[in-house]
Design a protein around this ligand. Structure first.
Ligand SMILES: Nc1ncnc2c1ncn2[C@@H]1O[C@H](COP(=O)(O)OP(=O)(O)OP(=O)(O)O)[C@@H](O)[C@H]1O
Ligand SMILES: [Mg+2]
Length: 417
């Protein structure tokens, strides 16, 4: 059910259109959506208001509206010409909880109040979610994901299928949260998966991340969801702060096995109800979110540590293994290019193209079983490289002073070595 249908007076329409236009809203007629239902699912309800007036011209108003309106996000604003108020109040009685007039004089404020009210409720915080992407954006998302996450091909294939299914079943209200449980040894890239998904969804802030390694005490549930008012430390729980602060509908719960039974039960509820509820009964709706749980436990320990009820609720359980050597080499290449462009940006020094060769000669990737160690080795190799350059005679055109300086000298100066 949608919240409310707002009725405007016909003579106020253009004023309404203009004032909402200034705020970045566009008013669209429902007719477009009757012709093409799919449009409703990709509608950006932050910038569009839907006018239902045209529904009045149909014979089967109730039938059409009930099928169509549930495709719209619950936060969408619906309006109609007041002329049809009595008809709509009856025909749309299963679609809206409330029918409200926006009166001639104060209608701007009225609508404003409604919108502000919605915004003040934490449930209406806007997160970009995988279910909101158009098919084209989804395609781009997967291209980016495949490019920026090295290896883990099987996971990437399975994740693709999962997301497709999730988007469909979320629309018919059967599947609220997509939950992934990633197992694997330290440094194989479990946390990186969550971060990459966040970035590929266009994240500009910080992923909502809670590390359960810090949560093994008896007070853990209150740290997570806050404690009742009146008690010391009745501030917000960490998960609420993190979810409010992020811009993307992805939550990362690291080291999940370190938590305790009360937290396990809490997450059982979250996956079931699709929302987080604080100790002060504040709710954040997580419909359409992806929650990624990571853990270092072995496959054998997984059933021992995590209850069957919870296990069966994860949509995906995957064992992450170390990348193949060729993927590790791709990672080295990525890091070297990354270092080269940063040095170029910071110091206007163009490092030679054969730098990658140098790294691949110096680093035997097969020796590394933890990507963090490989990363450290890459950093060390770069330091060695600069040291080697001390004796280098390679000349390079200095853009600023037009003189010939060796790259080595320039780098040593830049890094004050
Ligand atoms: N497939 C990958 N693609 C790109 N970078 C990766 C990949 N795997 C790991 N890395 C890099 O390796 C480092 C370690 O990875 P990450 O933190 O994801 O490990 P983890 O499996 O979560 O380990 P832990 O269990 O100790 O938390 C990160 O800095 C990450 O950038
Ligand atoms: Mg991790």
């Amino acid at each position: 059910m949608k919240d409310k249908l707002l009725f405007y007076e016909r003579e106020n329409f253009y004023e309404l259109k203009e004032s909402k236009g200034v705020e970045g809203y566009e008013i669209l007629s429902i007719t477009d959506f009757i012709r093409e239902n799919d449009l409703a699912q990709v509608l950006d309800y932050n910038t569009k208001i839907i006018d239902l007036t045209a529904l009045a011209t149909y014979v089967q108003i109730q039938y059409i509206a009930e099928g169509l309106l549930r495709l719209f996000d619950d936060s969408t604003i619906f309006i109609s010409d007041k002329k049809h108020k009595e008809v709509f109040k009856y025909e749309l009685r299963y679609c809206f909880q409330e029918f409200k007039d926006i009166d001639a004089l104060g209608f701007k404020d009225h609508l404003e109040d409604d919108i502000n009210l919605e915004k003040s409720s934490s449930e209406k915080i806007k997160h970009r979610k995988i279910i909101d992407l158009t098919e084209e954006e989804l395609g781009d998302f997967f291209v980016k994901l495949r490019d920026s996450l090295y290896g883990h091909e099987k996971f990437k294939d399975e994740f693709y299928e999962l997301v497709k299914t999730f988007r469909i079943f979320n629309r018919i209200k059967e599947h609220k949260i997509l939950s992934l449980f990633l197992l694997g040894e330290s440094g194989v890239g479990k946390t990186e998966v969550a971060r990459t998904i966040y970035r590929c969804l266009g994240g500009q802030k910080k992923i909502a991340q809670v590390n359960f390694g810090n949560y093994s005490s008896e007070f853990s549930l209150s740290s997570l969801i806050g404690s009742s008012r009146g008690y010391i430390g009745s501030e917000d729980g960490e998960i609420f702060i993190r979810v409010r602060d992020t811009d993307i509908g992805v939550i990362l719960i690291d080291e999940f096995e370190k938590s305790n039974a009360s937290l396990f039960n809490y997450f059982l509820d979250v996956l079931e109800s699709g929302k987080i509820i604080s100790s002060l009964a504040e709710e954040i709706n997580l419909n359409g979110f992806i929650i990624i749980f990571t853990s270092n436990i072995s496959k054998q320990d997984f059933p021992l540590k995590i209850s069957p009820e919870l296990r069966s609720r994860f949509d995906y359980k995957g064992q992450f293994t170390l990348l193949y050597d060729e993927d590790k080499e791709k990672y080295v290449e990525f890091r070297v290019n990354n270092i080269m462009s940063k040095v170029n940006m910071e110091y206007e020094i163009q490092l030679p193209d054969n730098l990658l060769e140098y790294f691949l000669n110096e680093i035997d990737v097969s020796k590394f079983t933890n990507m963090r160690d490989l990363n450290k080795k890459i950093k060390r190799t770069f330091v060695d490289y600069i040291a080697d350059l001390k004796s280098s005679t390679t000349e390079y055109e200095d853009i600023t002073s037009q003189s010939k300086v060796s790259i080595g000298r320039k780098l040593l100066n830049a890094f004050k070595l």
